[in-house]
Design a protein around this ligand. Structure first.
Ligand code: UT7
Length: 319
């Protein structure tokens, strides 16, 4: 039994926030942001746009690409750090809004690694026969967690959503999720966190990050996770057709590629125009590269991410 990726979809809010606009708010410059991160612009959700709205549009686009309807979906996992409400799960809202009246729907919280964790979770449900067709969504209105006076974080993040449809198939002919690797090290909790929450402060809080320390952890752990996902599948990293990384910083993408001897032309980069959209970043990049014709049926794709927790992981998928 394999979890075959039948289709992907995404959604970006209309409002573009440029580096030049940010330079009017905090002590920064377009040159600094581009040189240190590769980010030129990011999208910001409208005040009446919720995470579930972004998630629903991405999910509908993925269902269309997968040629699956509401009646086919029996599992929804929404990876998000920015739920509509503390409860119920954003996934429950998505389920109702899409007219899906069967199966389970829940949120998963692994911050920027959320989509990789959700993909691995859905894969386990499908190969165990506990669901047949899953919507795996990464969706964020991350801008609502930003401290717009902190130049170390507010320049990095953006809003958006991406989704895939996974289906359990017995005769998958090598297609589908081949291996996944997930890891959390809670000792690094304080390197990247939000300084508020239901139980500790009763507030929403803002993102806090020790940027350069997270940067070092990212290059090291992402590289190791990619090698581990390949090793688990007994596949050489040289045979991977496309790398779809979490879009945190172009220098992290370049650093990992250098470390593993990967051809940079095989690395999908959307960080320049999306910024870091947390759990949405990997499916947004995946959908971009499928729609522009780079990633094709039969290609071997390696996705990876690292985020707050710290959490990190990788997933190897034959399209
Ligand atoms: O998605 C979850 C994972 N997140 C990440 O992977 C993010 C990882 N971290 C990063 O991407 C980078 O660390 C940053 C882009 C956040 C920062 O870049 P850096 O090259 O690591 O800079 P730094 O934090 O070491 O700071 C260097 C200098 C500091 O000034 P001083 O102390 O040397 O005078 C900062 O205050 O750059 C300053 N700085 C800025 N200057 C202009 C920090 N942010 C800015 C800014 N504009 N926006």
């Amino acid at each position: 039994m394999r979890s075959v990726l039948l289709g992907a979809g995404s959604y970006l809010p209309k409002r573009v926030l440029t580096n030049a606009e940010l330079a009017q708010r905090v002590d920064t410059s377009d040159e600094w942001i581009v040189e240190r991160t590769g980010i030129r612009e990011r999208r910001i959700a409208a005040s009446d746009e919720k995470t579930s709205d972004l998630a629903c549009t991405a999910a509908l686009n993925a269902m269309k690409a997968a040629e699956r309807e509401a009646k086919d979906i029996d599992l929804i996992i929404v990876a998000t750090t920015t739920p509509d409400l503390t409860f119920p799960a954003t996934a429950a809202r998505v389920q109702a809004a899409l007219g899906i009246n069967q199966g389970a729907a829940f949120d998963l919280q692994a911050v920027c690694s959320g989509f990789i964790f959700a993909l691995a979770t859905a894969d386990n449900f499908l190969v165990r026969g506990q669901a047949k067709t899953a919507l795996v969504i990464g969706a964020e209105t991350f801008s609502r967690l930003l401290d717009w006076e902190d130049r170390g974080t507010c320049i990095l993040f953006g809003d958006g959503a991406g989704a895939v449809v996974l289906e359990a198939q017995e005769d998958a002919r090598e297609r589908g999720v081949i291996s996944t690797f997930l890891r959390t090290d809670g000792r690094m909790h304080d390197l990247l966190y939000v300084d508020g929450g239901v139980s500790e402060t009763g507030t929403i809080g803002k993102v806090r990050m020790v940027g350069n320390a997270v940067f070092r952890q990212a290059v090291e752990h992402i590289s190791a996770a990619m090698l581990e996902a390949c090793a688990r599948a007994d596949v050489s990293i040289d045979t991977v057709d496309w790398f779809v990384p979490h879009q945190a910083n172009q220098r992290i993408l370049d650093g990992v590629a250098r470390r593993l001897g990967i051809d940079v032309d095989k690395v999908v980069s959307t960080v320049g125009v999306h910024g870091n959209t947390s759990a949405a970043s990997v499916p947004l990049a995946l959908d971009t590269a499928i729609r522009d014709g780079r990633i094709k049926a039969g290609d071997l794709v390696l996705m990876e991410a690292l985020g707050g927790g710290l959490t990190w992981g990788a997933a190897l998928v034959r399209m």
